[in-house]
Design a protein around this ligand. Structure first.
Ligand code: SAM
Ligand code: SF4
Length: 337
């Protein structure tokens, strides 16, 4: 491990190697747990980092020890130069592992170009196998596009294709078993994500949310589930299905937080560096990048310093379960999930 890499160690000894990068806060769906159906409070486009600015931040991050980049949003495939961004990240010195989280709508046309540009794999979010329910849950009639996108991801070998599913009480929680069976048939790796208090509409309810225990209880009568021990810093608890080798994951951010092993930073589309989804403070990198007073060298050292300050100020946990918890001002779509 090089000396510089040590700058991304926080006060609790966690080494930060992973950054989630939001490329835009905009989206072509309106998943109810993420944003209200009439949400339109987008960031002005001149506030978003340009691709040049983004590449400067990522090059510095990689030089400080970042080994893994996940592109997200909003919907990252709405960024017009997404293929170019992937190619440029892939040609950085010491290129990081590169993946992308998407709703899949634009994957039918983009999966192969993204693969050719160096993308390793995708996570596709899908909460239901029913087109009508999809429309109700997302306020858009795009189920068929997601299915076509998933096929394209498989054909392009953006593997393993992971499926992210949020179960909501009384909405789609009856589909847990069907989604696992479908993923097994299709060769996808499914992970259920507990709904978190990060939606612009403020609909999250701790008392009624579907917990990891609820999900396990729904799957357990149908599948034999054996915990996989090698979790590392991965957020998902993985279980072998019927002895394996296939697995299903549960990301229990609320009821079984995994903050002690967290190695992630987040960069918002408008250039704010965050130590956690739930952080209430951010470091402004855009401000530095656009400074008219600093030289290029001074900008670089200031950005390095702000990476270090972000990491060093990281709290031991997200505190969702504390009575004093305050939901961050930015919704998930503006932080990058
Ligand atoms: N638009 C892309 C997508 O949906 O995959 C990327 C961004 S989205 C914010 C990233 C992930 O966050 C998705 O898997 C989505 O299901 C999840 N997500 C959004 N809001 C959430 C919430 N309140 N709780 C838990 N997961 C959430
Ligand atoms: Fe869009 Fe993803 Fe949020 Fe759904 S979860 S509204 S697809 S950003």
């Amino acid at each position: 491990m090089g000396e510089l890499r040590m700058t991304l160690v926080d006060s609790y000894g966690r080494i930060h190697r992973d950054i989630r990068v939001s490329l835009t806060d905009r989206c072509n769906l309106r998943c109810t747990y993420c944003m209200p159906h009439d949400f339109a409070a987008w960031m002005p486009s001149d506030e978003l980092l340009t691709t040049e600015e983004l590449m400067t931040v990522l090059e510095i991050g990689v030089s400080l020890g970042i080994e893994e980049v996940r592109l997200t949003g909003g919907e990252p495939l709405l960024r017009p130069d997404i293929v170019d961004i992937v190619a440029r990240i892939n040609s950085l010195p010491n290129p990081p592992k590169l993946s992308l989280t998407t709703n899949g709508i634009r994957l039918a046309e983009l999966a192969q170009p993204l693969k050719d540009a160096g993308l390793e794999r995708v996570n596709v979010s899908l909460d239901t196998l029913d087109a009508e329910r999809f429309k109700k849950m997302t306020f858009r009639d795009r189920f068929d596009d997601v299915m076509k996108g998933l096929k394209a991801a498989k054909d392009a070998e953006l593997a393993p294709v992971k499926i992210n599913t949020v179960l909501m009480p009384g909405v789609n929680d009856d589909e847990a078993v069907a989604l696992v069976k479908w993923s097994l048939d299709e060769g996808f790796k499914l992970r259920f994500i507990e709904q978190m208090p990060l939606d612009a509409g403020g609909i999250w309810d701790r008392l009624t949310m579907k917990t990891a225990d609820d999900i396990f209880a729904a799957l357990n009568p149908v599948f034999s589930l054996t915990p996989v021990e090698t979790r590392g810093s991965a957020p998902a608890e993985e279980f072998l299905i019927n002895g394996g080798p296939e697995t299903v994951g549960i990301i229990a951010s609320v009821t079984r937080p995994f903050c002690g092993a967290c190695d992630r930073l987040r960069l918002t589309a408008d250039g704010q560096l965050r130590s956690c989804l739930f952080a209430t403070k951010e470091m402004d990198l855009r401000d530095v990048l656009r400074s008219t007073e600093l030289t290029e060298e001074q900008k670089r050292s200031e950005i390095e310093a702000r990476f270090s300050k972000t990491v060093i100020s990281k709290l031991p946990g997200h505190g969702i379960n504390d009575p004093s918890f305050i939901q961050p001002a930015r919704p998930m779509s503006a932080i990058g999930g």
